[in-house]
Write a protein that binds this ligand. Structure first.
Ligand SMILES: [Ca+2]
Length: 223
């Protein structure tokens, strides 16, 4: 009887341990230890006036996972909004995961106000979607940026150019419009690329941004 009791306590302890760890389970999918693992600055970014396009390479200058990260060189001007982006095309099976995380580091001499966010292309039309809100990065610190992969979550948006018409009904031009996107199961099953974008709205900074530890998470840790 005593032995049976001990076994049941042991099983309870094991099940609690499994339950706790299941909640925090994450899998690093890109750690940038040997190479860039396919991440690169996309050609389309180099053709756009609001994207800076310099270099990206692995570096041991900073790391939060292992001993190296991806160093993205940026050159943001004081006069306008600019972004730098890196992207990877891959095959993603993320059914069991609900969140995507990345850690981003800015050197401590960088002005405040630079932010980061994920983006993805999904569906038959390779629709570009991105979280509604970017995350503020902090000079001298690793900051975790996340995106929700929960089916039917409403954290995402797309940007479309919409016709603007005059009172005579004629097209006067086009304006950017941000439209909410629900991450459907269909989209989640059909992700083609993921991207990390660093954004600066009239903030002068020339130098590196470090990106590391891109990982999948099943559930967020409880507060
Ligand atoms: Ca690493």
């Amino acid at each position: 009887m005593k032995r049976l009791f001990s076994v049941s306590i042991l099983l309870s302890v094991i099940s609690i341990f499994i339950a706790v760890n299941a909640g925090f389970c994450d899998d690093v999918i890109y750690g940038f230890e040997k190479d860039g693992q396919g991440w690169a600055i996309p050609d389309w970014a180099c053709e756009k006036i609001d994207y800076v396009c310099k270099t990206v390479e692995i570096s041991s200058d900073a790391a939060i996972e292992g001993s190296s990260s991806l160093k993205l060189d940026v050159d943001f001007p004081k006069e306008a909004w600019r972004a730098a982006v890196i992207e990877v095309e891959d095959v993603f099976y993320w059914e069991e995961y609900n969140f995507l995380f990345v850690d981003i580091y800015l050197p401590d001499n960088v002005p405040n106000g630079i932010s980061g966010r994920f983006a993805m292309t999904v569906g038959d039309d390779w629709l570009w979607i991105e979280p509604v809100m970017p995350v503020n990065l902090m000079p001298g610190k690793w900051v975790t940026v996340q995106a929700s992969l929960r089916v039917d979550n409403v954290d995402w948006k797309k940007t479309e150019m919409v016709e603007e018409r005059g009172i005579d009904g004629k097209i006067r031009g086009y304006v950017k419009k941000e439209i909410p996107v629900i991450l459907s199961q269909e989209y989640k099953d059909d992700i083609h690329t993921i991207a990390v974008r660093i954004e600066a709205d009239r903030i002068k900074y020339e130098g590196p941004v470090y990106i590391d530890n891109i990982r999948l998470v099943k559930e967020l840790p409880k507060e």
